[in-house]
Design a protein around this ligand. Structure first.
Ligand code: LHQ
Length: 261
């Protein structure tokens, strides 16, 4: 595995993962996929890391599967297995990641690269970023969670149009559709994304983990079941040191100092 396909830097509670194949807009080959998996595992294991920032080097965020590298895949069965073995673990790891993930979409996010952007907890974009469900342009179907994320994020009408028409949409449209949280001037994106991640790294990390667990099951649950999930999660949140600190700080009229425990 090439160490440089994904750059890893941890500072101030934030691990920054930078997809680093700028010459192909960070298209996903096995090195980059392995680098993402390794970077996520490293950030998860490091107790000093309490938030992750994911971005791309150069002018792209991620152009999806490397079509040149994948051109040699012999048949559909191998593609399915490749998705299961190399792509799905990343999407699931992101959604099950016990710390928040901020995505800084600095350029085009296409195909599986758009799915990866959508798997982040907070998606921020530069004003020249774009989003492309590229799959049908090459006779494929959306993968890596796009058919799961999109209807939930933008509704059925827009989800169908995005995946079937495969038009590249601007960051402004993505904001209007609810695919991203905020759009910044290109030169402000990374500093703003880092500030967001740093702020989240000071927040109650265990509560974030529990929130992600609750949101993960909400769309499959009825209200009664989800109320029960919330009750269980709240019991766990209430047992954390950060909850005690939050209440103590409130009563003492001072800012809380959360430790992520
Ligand atoms: C690329 C790529 C790329 C290789 C740009 N691969 N080189 C998962 C697993 C298994 C099987 C199949 O599928 C999947 C899921 C998927 O992700 S399928 C979807 C794959 N992605 C695409 O179809 C997007 C292909 N790329 C594009 O349509 C364009 O490059 C976009 C719209 C992203 C950007 O366009 P431009 O800004 O005009 O840049 P460009 O096209 O000139 O690209 C710059 C370079 O990057 C260029 O290389 P070159 O040597 O000519 O400078 C491209 O060939 C290369 N590149 N995407 N996915």
């Amino acid at each position: 595995m090439s160490e440089s396909a994904v750059l890893y830097a941890a500072e101030g509670g934030v691990a920054t993962l930078t997809m680093n194949r700028p010459e192909v807009l960070n298209a996903l080959n096995n090195d980059l996929l392995a680098g993402l998996s390794a970077g996520l595992a490293r950030a998860k294991a490091d107790d000093t890391v309490r938030a992750v920032l994911l971005t791309g080097a150069g002018r792209g965020f991620c152009a999806g599967a490397d079509l040149a590298a994948n051109a040699g895949i012999p048949g559909p069965r191998d593609v399915s297995q490749g998705l299961r073995e190399r792509y799905h673990p990343i999407i699931l790891a992101m959604r099950q990641f016990p710390k928040p993930i901020v995505g800084a979409v600095n350029g085009v996010a296409a195909g599986a690269g758009m799915s990866i952007a959508l798997a982040c907890d907070i998606v921020l974009a530069g004003e020249s970023a774009s989003f492309l469900q590229a799959f049908t342009r090459i006779g494929l179907v959306p993968d890596c969670g796009s058919t799961w994320f999109l209807p939930r994020m933008v509704g059925d009408v827009r989800a169908r149009a995005l995946v079937m028409l495969a038009d590249k949409i601007s960051a402004a449209d993505a904001l209007q559709y609810g695919l991203v949280w905020k759009v910044y001037a290109d030169d402000k994106l990374l500093p703003e994304a880092l500030a967001t991640a740093q702020k989240m790294a000071q927040m109650p990390t265990r509560a974030y983990d529990l929130i992600k667990q609750g949101l993960a099951v909400s769309s499959g649950n009825g209200l009664g079941d989800q109320l029960e999930v919330e009750a269980l999660l709240q019991g766990l949140a209430m047992a954390t040191e950060d909850h005690k600190e939050g209440v103590t700080a409130f009563l003492q009229k001072r800012p809380a100092q959360f430790k992520g425990r």
